[in-house]
Write a protein of this length. Sequence first.
Lengths: 323, 323, 323, 323
Amino acid sequence: MPRLSYRKALNRALADELARDEEVFLLGEDIRVAASNVTAGLLKRFGPERVRDTPLSEQAFTSFATGAALAGARPVVEFQIPSLLFLVFEQIVNHAHKFPLMTGGQCAVPVTYLVPGSGSRTGWAGQHSDHPYSLFAHVGVTTVVPATPADAYGLLVSAIRCDDPVVVFAPAGAMEVRSDVDVASLRPVPLGRGRVHRRGDDVTVVAVGHLVHDALAVADDLADQVSVEVFDPRTLYPFDWDGLLTSVSRTGRLVVVDDSNRSCGIGAEVIASVVERVRLHAPPRRVTRPDGAVLPFAPALDRAVQPGREQLRSAIQHLMKDG
Amino acid sequence: MPRLSYRKALNRALADELARDEEVFLLGEDIRVAASNVTAGLLKRFGPERVRDTPLSEQAFTSFATGAALAGARPVVEFQIPSLLFLVFEQIVNHAHKFPLMTGGQCAVPVTYLVPGSGSRTGWAGQHSDHPYSLFAHVGVTTVVPATPADAYGLLVSAIRCDDPVVVFAPAGAMEVRSDVDVASLRPVPLGRGRVHRRGDDVTVVAVGHLVHDALAVADDLADQVSVEVFDPRTLYPFDWDGLLTSVSRTGRLVVVDDSNRSCGIGAEVIASVVERVRLHAPPRRVTRPDGAVLPFAPALDRAVQPGREQLRSAIQHLMKDG
Amino acid sequence: MTEADPVRLYRTVRLIRRFEERAIDLVRSGHVVGGIHPYLGQEGVAAGVCAALRPGDVVAGTHRGHGHVLAKGADPARTMAELCGRVTGLNRGRGGSMHAADFAVGVLGANAIVGAGGAIVTGAVWARRRRGEDLVGVSFLGDGAVNEGMLLEAFNLAALWRVPVLFVCENNGYATTMPVAGAVAGSITGRAEAFGIPASVVDGQDPEAVRAATAAAVGRMRAGGGPEFIEARTYRFDAHHTFEHAVRLDYRPPEEVARGRSRDPVEIAGSRLAPDRRAEVDASVEAELDAVVAFALAGPEPDPAGALEHLYASGLTARAGGG
Amino acid sequence: MTEADPVRLYRTVRLIRRFEERAIDLVRSGHVVGGIHPYLGQEGVAAGVCAALRPGDVVAGTHRGHGHVLAKGADPARTMAELCGRVTGLNRGRGGSMHAADFAVGVLGANAIVGAGGAIVTGAVWARRRRGEDLVGVSFLGDGAVNEGMLLEAFNLAALWRVPVLFVCENNGYATTMPVAGAVAGSITGRAEAFGIPASVVDGQDPEAVRAATAAAVGRMRAGGGPEFIEARTYRFDAHHTFEHAVRLDYRPPEEVARGRSRDPVEIAGSRLAPDRRAEVDASVEAELDAVVAFALAGPEPDPAGALEHLYASGLTARAGGG
Ligand SMILES: Cc1ncc(C[n+]2csc(CCOP(=O)(O)OP(=O)(O)O)c2C)c(N)n1
Ligand SMILES: Cc1ncc(C[n+]2csc(CCOP(=O)(O)OP(=O)(O)O)c2C)c(N)n1
Ligand SMILES: [Mg+2]
Ligand SMILES: [Mg+2]
């Protein structure tokens, strides 16, 4: 079976949707020459009207996409840096997200915002290393963080077909993942549906994005001590509460590992939503970035601020001692 | 004793700090004529260099404040609408917040962002009714939501004196609150310190901003059934975990009422941080805006989306039944 | 109509005038909650511009938006019902004054964020033209908006991609209380010219002059030209917002107000009609507005149970905020 | 120096050139993690501009920032140490290439967000002048930045408030891979002129021409003038970023690159020195850079335990992210 890379999976999803639906088009900086690689080959195949390279005017091109979507198009907007989402936060949250309700249902805003390489790309330092998915989960914009090539393909396709705005974070830590995938078997993956990557009985580990791979590694490492279930929500908003509750109701224990800041992050939401409905055997735990994290440049500092396998392992072990 | 209004308390805090420290100055739209009233009389007293009316250029004047702060000034930036914080999210989060760490401690950015009338002002509809304090708690910018006139005064003063950026939300629902205060007794209120407004034994209600007053009313109403402690965090980031844990450890029960969206809101954070450390008698509950809330215009719809007394009452009653 | 039609033009101007006056009455009587930004004095701009448009053209309005909505052809009765928050309103009561939209007649919506409409209408026009539709767009904006970076970015996109959007700046001398001279370095038309956008100044109090200037610009755009810019010099006769009826803000010298009011678009357009023809129009407008108000007040208020209807076009249901 | 000083100017140009070449070596050897945006070819701009400044003046740089930092007088050894992420670096290893800052010599920092520096330096200059200091500021920016709304807003504030900031646009023909003609409607100087800011074009490859133009502009500013704008026409000799050394991006015709490289600021400045004087300078620069690299590599790497040091200037300690 061919090895499909995560990056190539995103590229294929874009190509397939551009081919399938004339209303899909891409907007972004340097997408012509595919500086991020996810748009490689698309200009040649689909032409400059549908692969539109933009001036550095993130606010305008984000709202341009909103307007195009109001007129029935399905724009995909690529951002080179996760923090550019801060720059267009108003345009997404205050306009794209609000138009359907404010107009009383007169319109839809099917825009996809794609961030290839979110989170830390080692050495890119403070302003290029954010992982702001929890912000979008808070405001209620559909938020997707695929962990594997097949999910990257399937979730990006579903995002493009969704009638609402969707932000797709492709974590830098997952971009180089490759897996054996029968390319013909690639399918849309429904938004809002999680995935159990590994069955286990003692504890449910909710892992987001690239951390799914870390969670699986830790689970394997600990296999002789504890039976770990790894739950990948895939979509952070809307969250697959049913899927998660099924898992946690069985295991009775919960750890969340997520690469966003601790306070008001998706880790907090997962814990709150679970304890509102399930009595756990032991207090739940989170492994996250610290509160207010800014990633320092020096690689060892950068790593120290991100959640790691050691922390996850220790969280699981402590939790098993607690009850 | 004179009745001090919340609005006047903010005005007095600004005046006192302008008088105390030459480096304090105000920036904002229409602050000259005090359209929001909180700057009333300040132009006359301090002149146009220190009460600077700005063109509609929120991004530039927010970063202008960052620059002034880097140079040792202490700007206070007023925003007319809560969602303007979306428009300057990049400028606050990616610059003001990050400069101290990124420069290795070469600078401080003591800017105060003040939003008089955050949350719903009935009839202002979708783009003017946000209450985005949880976003700032997530990114780790000091976030303050005073409930009373004395706290409005004391927290705004402390915000201005703080060496880090601070966002001060003055909820629309609190702006008209008046209380009997000896004006001479007004003092700075430390950031990061909560306040127990009402002692109780059975359940701790964490209430944010204007909802403190609703929580107190509900607590009084239910006084014959349940003994409710009302905890007002005052600062959402950094949160007074010690203060809250002291309360919850005693009551063993927790309800949070907060006017932000449910997912990844401060309500989630409070629940998560408590259950990580305290075993509760009953599952905790939150009363919040719904996920992804956009406030519809019609007053009855607008109210339906905001957390209310009925919901809080019912949450407390259900919780007492649960354990 | 690209031909002059003095009767129709007068009727539109008069209709907007009386609509606004009736709306202010309804603000006073408490039927319009939250107040409005009256368009009084500026009617000639919306009327003149829209007289030169076709039904298939699209416009994006502002917070001071009723004039644009009516002039483009929205039903006044459903517009007033929207202001009153009724299910019979354009937006089913979800939008209110600042978000009134009617996609069926090409009104993409009033918009409560200054400067936000430009990029949205640019994207909408571009997307529909790509599909082969022959249309142009209009972005209405205030003098305050030309200081907003997002709008300036939109000028660049529209010019670069030659999207036929007419930017109409209604220079009424003030952004809330801020005079143009205190806010705009350079000139208003110079802002557009910097992007290579042809710009002209027109007497905004003369609806026919506005119509003629628009027809010329739109003619060039339909013939394949790129964006155009018109600065319409006008004057706001009333308050920035009806809240100003209660709070006295001191920023316009009385002589200036008197001078501004002396050039009334209703009189200017009306003077071009024979007195009896004019009286006929006035009577018909009056009769229509009686019906408009009756319709608006007869409409049912929306059911709070449906407060979040239309939040997601995809059919997603938001999780409730209750306890 | 406002007088020409060909030796000093040549030395600065040569120092930046060799600094960058050595930095690229350190990228290749893995000592500089994350790569750099090389300033090769543009040295004449930073050198010429800063030659006309005083120590007390302030500058804000860009992502392509080493040249600005060095030309303004930061220690090359500590700058290189910063690139290598050492505690001996300007930012104690917390900033890296894109955030190198040295407040002691008036470098407010390179900045990874295009267009962000303008408003910051405007605020800093304003605040210090209010305190009676006699200084001017420089905001370096790329041709891509003139399409960013936040920068255009900053032009307006600086012009309106007559803050003496010199905006220096280094037009190297491209924003990453996007040519100026594909991104800038109108002209670059026209963007500034629209705000009433005097703008001129200078040959950026001739350091002395840049110095002279800067001296003239800065002279007007010190004499009480408002902001000024210089477009320095230059050429980037190397990759947009060193990642381009690995990924071939096809956007500059080879003939254009050859033509661009044929006007080398090092040669232009060097040709004005007697050959032996030039050789002396070259030798001194080489000796200095050997020491610089040795210093940089000898510096200790920061302790991961202090990853969040300097996050809050107020002394607040962030809650950890561990489990
Ligand atoms: C981006 C933004 N900033 C501030 C406001 C608050 N606000 C609403 S209307 C207004 C004045 C707008 O002035 P102008 O563009 O001249 O339009 P006018 O009100 O004169 O019609 C302001 C500041 C806003 N709605 N959006
Ligand atoms: C606001 C913003 N948008 C996009 C980027 C990604 N980016 C980094 S450098 C760059 C090109 C900048 O071009 P220009 O301003 O001409 O400077 P140059 O790189 O040519 O020196 C881009 C797009 C960014 N850092 N910030
Ligand atoms: Mg105006
Ligand atoms: Mg460039």
